[in-house]
Design a binder for this molecule. Structure first.
Ligand code: DAH
Length: 338
């Protein structure tokens, strides 16, 4: 039957030229789909003699099988090529190092604060809080700070228009706590304090202190030394040697500067301790009877010790941070190290 061979040859040529799965499908529909050119050819068989019809039918069947074989072959090739392309673009290197989960972490000041809180709670101290916006009374007067004291200098204190101020230390919480709970009392008060300072590598307008106080009957300097040694051994993870030097703070009498024997050189002298063998660590003393009186506590019956730990300073010592501004910078390159 004329025409079949030409059609079949055209179908085969187009199949071989088609470069996509859509294109070979289009060729199949064109020739062997329900209304395809070769599929419809059998409709014309009616005009043929029985012998011609049988021959033509057989021929058409062979063409169809040949086409289907070639179609499957081309389809397999194109499927494989599509898969190769996908593998090329979507590969995943299972041997590459994982990007890793990066959980957040607590600020170094928070970490050390929590550590100290746990320690003091284990020693029977309560954790207390006071306002950051404080009155002149609690920040100064009740702490026996007379108006000529340098801490009252306008340059040191952020005053608010209404006469209140940003607390310059955590010591006001001593008075608030005594007023509220009375003696006997063992408390610490960690928190933020503010000074109107020129900011540089060792001065910030905002930093952290941890106030501590114990008021009971017959509290002596021996109690103070015991608690400070316990505290510092826990902080530095080793036994520490301390010494007290006289220091003046209006709210303690006697007042001390507590030094710790240099942990770097063991006391023989090095650049860290400026060759003195000692590092100044925290001010402390026995609570001034005036402060007890201001807090409504009878100093004939009760006395106590107090200390003001520079939390920010301690964190800087612990992690060898040489610029205080890093702590409040929010710089992730810094924070990610903790
Ligand atoms: N409040 C003092 C300051 O910020 C530090 C201080 C000194 C606190 C002696 C105390 C203390 O409790 O006894 O400079």
């Amino acid at each position: 039957m004329t025409g079949f061979l030409e059609l079949h040859s055209a179908a085969v040529a187009q199949l071989e030229a088609a470069a996509t799965l859509e294109a070979i499908e289009a060729v199949r529909v064109e020739f062997w789909g329900r209304k395809g050119k070769l599929a419809l050819a059998s409709k014309e068989f009616g005009k043929l003699t029985p012998e011609e019809r049988a021959r033509s039918g057989k021929l058409l069947n062979e063409y169809k099988q040949a086409f289907e074989q070639l179609y499957e072959f081309r389809k397999a090739r194109l499927d494989a090529a599509a898969l190769d392309a996908r593998l090329e673009s979507e590969w995943l290197d299972l041997t590459a190092p994982a990007p890793g989960v990066r959980p957040g972490s607590l600020h170094p000041v928070t970490q050390v604060q929590k550590e100290l809180e746990d320690l003091f709670v284990s020693l029977g101290f309560a954790i207390m809080d006071g306002p950051e916006v404080e009155t002149e009374h609690y920040n100064f007067d009740a702490l026996n700070i007379p108006s000529h004291h340098p801490a009252r200098d306008m340059q040191d204190t952020f005053w608010l228009r209404d006469g209140r101020l940003l607390r310059t230390h955590t010591s006001p919480v001593q008075v608030r706590a005594l007023e509220k709970f009375g003696p006997p009392l063992k408390m610490i008060a960690p928190g933020r304090v503010f000074r109107n300072e020129e900011v540089d590598a060792s001065h910030e307008h905002t930093f952290y202190q941890l106030e501590g106080m114990m008021v009971d009957r017959d509290v002596s300097v021996a109690h103070l030394i015991y608690f400070m040694k316990t505290l510092l051994s826990a902080v530095f993870h080793r036994d520490v040697t301390i010494r007290l030097r006289p220091g003046y703070f209006p709210f303690v009498e006697p007042g001390f500067e507590l030094d710790i024997q240099c942990l770097i050189c063991g006391g023989s002298g090095c650049p860290v301790c400026k060759h003195s063998g000692w590092v100044e660590l925290l001010p402390c003393g026995l609570v001034n009877p005036e402060v007890l009186r201001y807090s409504g506590v009878d100093p004939k019956e009760w006395n106590g010790f107090a200390f003001g730990l520079g939390l920010t300073r301690l964190v800087m010592m612990r992690y060898a941070i040489d610029d205080i501004r890093l702590l409040m910078s929010g710089d992730l390159r810094f924070l990610n190290q903790f």
